[in-house]
Ligand binder design. Structure first.
Ligand SMILES: [Ca+2]
Ligand SMILES: [Ca+2]
Length: 469
């Protein structure tokens, strides 16, 4: 079938097989045609190779056409070739190189899609491009061809091949690692040789087999290059895949120049469990304002900033702010500062007064004055010093003179050395020692008797001598 220089045709629900080209659009005025839901190169069951002997669909310089939801398999050249500078053609949701049901190998002999000096076309939105004899998508010479969110695998060369400046030969990302997390994979990589200071869209794919292809689209993120056209990136696609799953990626610049697929990295091991670490910025507000005799309860507000890596679960901060106040008072005493809680909330009461019709406006205003009936509670905070004063221990010893002997009822006050009724003894007894008094007394008495006897004897002898004269 050839549509030459004709527009707005609809080719739908046909089996177009066994021809030279399946469908051929030719000329710049062959625009706005739609080719939808046809089997091109297969049998009516969509599983047998009844390929056209050249391309399944060939567009030669014709812009703005839509190729959607077709099965284009088994053709003996490219599945689709767009050439001659054709622009703005859209290739959406086709099965290229597989059975009509999307699985099974029924490749076209050359590329799945061949963008041959064609620019600004779209190969996007869930095309399946597999088992073709060349590359999945071959871009040669044109630019701005967006290749996005397709399933591209099992093609004989590579998934996306840029040639002859196609898509400006945008370099593929370089994946460095992919680790398995819980419900996500953690990918690191870098861009080099890209446009400086440019935002690139990264698309990530998982694969069931190694290769430079992209079988299952899983994630999109963006990264901005520096002034040297380089950037490092991390990504955390929230998907679960098995260990050793090959991961690949593409990069697309803002002008829709999509790169080739990167080489694969293999998901390995288990990434650390990513937990967010919220950063708290505490602020304290006092409502109402504190006064000299009223200290309101502080109200704390925490503003969390989640710093989770991409793909990690977002934690909800649950921390309850606390406040600890301590300090010291004068003299080293420890002071506990108590924060009061207002025990009463001022309320307003309003008691309307029934007015007579003769009251003035002034009276009316006075009668309806709203007065608060409660006042803020007396503050309950006190400064409680816990230090106590401990008197010093007095260690001086006083010398107390002994009491003089005093008369007592036991001995009538005589200085006889004996105590009366528990007295320790009179002065005479004390000087002499109470225990030796009677012995000394008796010595005196003995001496006196001796003196008396001697004296008497001398007087007797004098008398006897005088008689003898
Ligand atoms: Ca064939
Ligand atoms: Ca071709």
């Amino acid at each position: 079938m050839t549509i030459s220089s004709q527009s707005t045709n609809l080719v739908r629900n046909n089996v177009i097989s066994g021809n030279f080209y399946g469908v051929r659009l030719s000329g710049s005025t062959a625009t706005d045609n739609t080719i939808r839901n046809n089997y091109i190169g297969t049998d009516a069951g969509g599983t047998l190779d009844k390929g056209n002997s050249n391309d399944g669909i060939r567009i030669e310089g014709s812009p703005n056409n839509l190729i959607q939801d077709n099965t284009i398999s088994g053709n003996n050249n490219d599945g689709i070739e767009i050439s001659g500078g054709a622009t703005n053609n859209r290739i959406f949701g086709n099965h290229i190189g597989v059975f009509a049901n999307g699985s099974g190998s029924l490749g076209n002999s050359a590329n799945g899609v061949n963008l041959n000096t064609a620019s600004d076309n779209l190969v996007a939105n869930d095309n399946t491009i597999r088992y073709n004899g060349g590359s999945g998508v071959f871009v040669s010479g044109g630019t701005g061809n967006l290749i996005s969110e397709n399933s591209i695998a099992n093609n004989s060369i590579i998934g996306i091949q840029l040639s002859s400046g196609g898509n400006n030969n945008t370099p593929a990302p370089q994946l460095i690692s992919a680790e398995n997390g819980v419900g996500y994979i953690f990918i690191t990589g870098q861009l080099t040789g890209m446009l400086p200071n440019t935002v690139y869209t990264l698309e990530f794919f998982s694969n069931t087999a190694p290769g430079i292809q992209g079988e299952t689209y899983i994630f999109t993120s963006t990264v901005t290059t520096n002034g040297s056209g380089s950037a490092s990136f991390t990504a955390g696609p929230p998907v679960s895949v098995g260990n050793l799953t090959p991961i690949t990626a593409t990069a697309t610049d803002p002008n829709n120049n999509t790169s080739q697929f990167s080489g694969a990295v293999y998901v390995f091991g288990e990434a650390p469990v990513l937990t967010s670490t919220p950063t708290y910025t505490p602020t304290m507000t006092l409502t109402p304002s504190a006064t000299s005799n009223f200290r309101p309860t502080p109200t704390y507000t925490f503003t969390p900033t989640n710093t989770s890596p991409p793909g990690a679960a977002t934690n909800t901060p649950t921390r309850t702010p606390t406040k600890t106040t301590s300090g010291s008072g004068g003299g080293g005493a420890t002071v506990t500062v108590k924060t009061p809680t207002p025990s009463r909330t001022p309320t307003l009461t309003f008691t309307p007064t029934l007015l007579s019709q003769y009251q003035t406006l002034t009276q009316l205003a006075t009668a309806n004055t709203i007065e608060p009936t409660a006042t803020p509670a007396t503050p309950t905070s006190t400064l409680v010093p816990s230090a106590t004063l401990v008197p010093a221990t007095n260690t001086a010893t006083a010398t107390v003179p002994a009491a003089l002997d005093t008369p007592d009822a036991g001995d009538g006050g005589i200085l006889d050395g004996t105590g009366g009724g528990g007295e320790g003894g009179d002065l005479f007894g004390q000087l002499l020692g109470g225990g030796g008094f009677s012995t000394i007394l008796w010595i005196f008495i003995g001496l006196a008797v001796i003196l008396l006897v001697v004296g008497g004897a001398m007087e007797l002898m004098r008398w006897l001598n005088s008689r003898a004269d």
